[in-house]
Ligand binder design. Sequence first.
Ligand code: SF4
Length: 158
Amino acid sequence: MLKGLLEKSSCAKCRICCGFDRTDIWEMPVFSEEAKQKLEGKLGHIEFIRQGDSYTVKPPELHGDELFYCPALDKDTGCILGDEKPFDCRIWPYRIMEVEGKRAITISPVCPELYSRPLNSLVEFLERGLKNEIFSYADKNPDVVKPYDKSYPVLMFE
Ligand code: SF4
């Protein structure tokens, strides 16, 4: 979904978005029933936490700088879900959040590749169509809307 903005090769070298520490474990992707079943089909039993009509992977208790990597990450080949990865992952580092009762698209400060770009270029990319896809997916799947985190600059309100 970020074709034209983010090169696959940059993501392949980084994968920071698939690892979580105790400060950003809330960022773990939301899996639809379908994506959950797909992951279980490939890896067997995984402990999930129900979140509305969706799921997140149950993380272990993290201490200090410990990182927890999403079980769908293969360290050699990347995400084993390929194009069927969760919507959260397909739009990352864009996020949809609820800011004072309104839905907004924000940008994660964790992505070194996009966060270094001028914010107006990130907004322009959204305006080319992605914003409509994000808001319309969130209409049908409200579990992807995350509470606002003030370290995430707001790019646009609905
Ligand atoms: S589902 Fe795939 S892309 Fe998303 S966090 Fe897990 S390994 Fe990364």
